[in-house]
Ligand binder design. Structure first.
Ligand code: SAH
Length: 395
């Protein structure tokens, strides 16, 4: 047996079912575990804690698969975990065959380092832990069996791979796909996804309920979608009768995809202005031009991956929120987001409150926004709550 013993008093987080064992907590390693091997973790007093995957390169040395001592970590184990995750979505979030849904959300589904998104009948899989990588083939086979998908495409190219000591892996893993470009439907709109080059798994599924919400607020409104990427929010706003939409992104590729989506969905392109620019600069230009809006969306990329970078990120969030609040007309609405793991919901709200104060506006909180529930947050794993948003109205 490959056995890990923790230092004294270092078992607490595991007893609370947080699935990570950091290198500093480890006292002894028995046997010679290789990357991805299953190890059994014990407290100093010999008490069993969990079975997990070993990664000698990562600071997170073990990620726990199971808390039960009699659990056997084999292909059957993964098939059962995957089946449970898929069944939850089928029951609580039924999604049309042509729709998009996250089937597996890593630690929060008991499968550390594994993400699986379904876009229509194609699955995109990402493995960012040594354990998930070790079991990749078994997982891909199970996914094909359980979902009847046409193909499984792998997109394991996240930044975190380097600290985990894992190779980038991208391409078709199972099934047939003529080209890595597929179309799925979200909130009645067609979304074309570039599986090979799109961000993350190709499309940000976590915002789909928030996009719908923004759509319902957009009728007759002048809308600003900052950090629009392929147009997630902008397209919903146009489809729901926005008077005008201004969409900003620094990526020309992203903006050409917005254009493609306008055509694909027969949306009124003449009401949509695409601006290729840095949002920080463009918001200042719009202010200097005395522009104003009824509805603004701020959905920036991760400014703070970790708590250590939170301070710099806080300045960034404050800056764009302050500028956006000033660009709103009286009665206008701001949907503002942070997907930074290092900035929690409390801190984000404080930053935005500070921005409102400095902007000299009274703002009301209408809703707290989260990722769609196919991105659940295990209560024992607060890191799972990466996306938080506020829907605000200014007086
Ligand atoms: N709202 C989008 C997702 C946004 S992802 C959706 O619903 O799908 C973040 C986007 O911000 C990316 O497209 C990236 O190109 C863009 N971006 C990052 N930094 C930027 C900056 N400083 N100015 C403008 N765009 C930026």
């Amino acid at each position: 047996m490959l056995k890990i013993t923790l230092k004294r008093d270092r078992e607490r987080s595991l007893l609370r079912r947080h699935p990570w064992v950091f290198s500093g907590a480890i006292d002894k390693v028995l046997g010679d575990p290789q990357v991805g091997d299953t190890v059994s973790v014990f407290a100093q007093d010999g008490r069993f804690l969990g079975h997990g995957a070993w990664n000698p390169v990562s600071n997170i040395r073990v990620r726990i698969w199971a808390w039960q001592e009699d659990a056997v970590i084999d292909a059957t184990f993964f098939e059962a975990r995957l089946a449970a995750a898929i069944a939850m979505r089928e029951r609580l979030l039924p999604t049309a065959p042509e729709g998009g849904v996250r089937l597996v959300h890593a630690e929060s589904d008991g499968l550390p380092g594994l993400i699986v998104d379904r876009f229509g009948d194609v699955l995109v899989m990402q493995t960012t832990s040594a354990g998930a990588r070790r079991w990749r083939d078994a997982i891909a086979d199970s996914l094909m069996r359980l979902t009847g998908a046409r193909a499984v495409y792998e997109r394991s190219d996240a930044d975190v791979l380097e600290v985990e000591g894992l190779e980038v892996a991208s391409g078709l893993l199972r099934g047939q796909l003529d080209e890595p470009r597929i179309t799925c439907v979200e909130n009645d709109l067609k979304v074309e996804i570039d599986l090979a080059h799109g961000h993350k798994t190709g499309h940000y599924l976590d915002q789909r309920e928030n996009r719908q919400l923004v759509g319902t607020l957009a009728r007759d409104a002048d809308v600003l979608d900052a950090f629009c990427y392929c147009g997630g929010f902008a397209l919903q706003a146009l489809a729901h009768g926005a008077r005008s939409v201004t969409a900003i992104d620094s990526s020309a590729t992203a903006l050409s995809q917005v254009q493609r989506h306008l055509e694909l969905n027969h949306l009124p392109g003449d009401r949509c202005t695409l601006i290729e620019d840095d949002v920080f600069k463009q918001l200042r230009k719009l202010r200097d031009q005395n522009k104003s809006f009824d509805l603004i969306v701020l959905d920036p990329p991760k400014f703070a991956p970790t708590a250590a970078t939170a301070e710099r990120a806080a300045r960034g969030y404050k800056d764009i929120n302050l500028l956006a609040l000033k660009l709103l007309r009286p009665g206008g609405v701001l949907a503002t987001f942070s997907c930074s793991g290092g900035v929690n919901a409390d801190l984000f709200r404080k930053i935005v409150a500070g921005a409102a104060l400095d902007a000299g506006v009274d703002a009301q909180l209408l809703r707290q926004l989260h990722a769609t529930p196919d991105h659940p947050i295990a209560l024992a794993f607060p890191e799972g709550e990466y996306l938080k948003g506020l829907l605000l109205r200014v007086a």
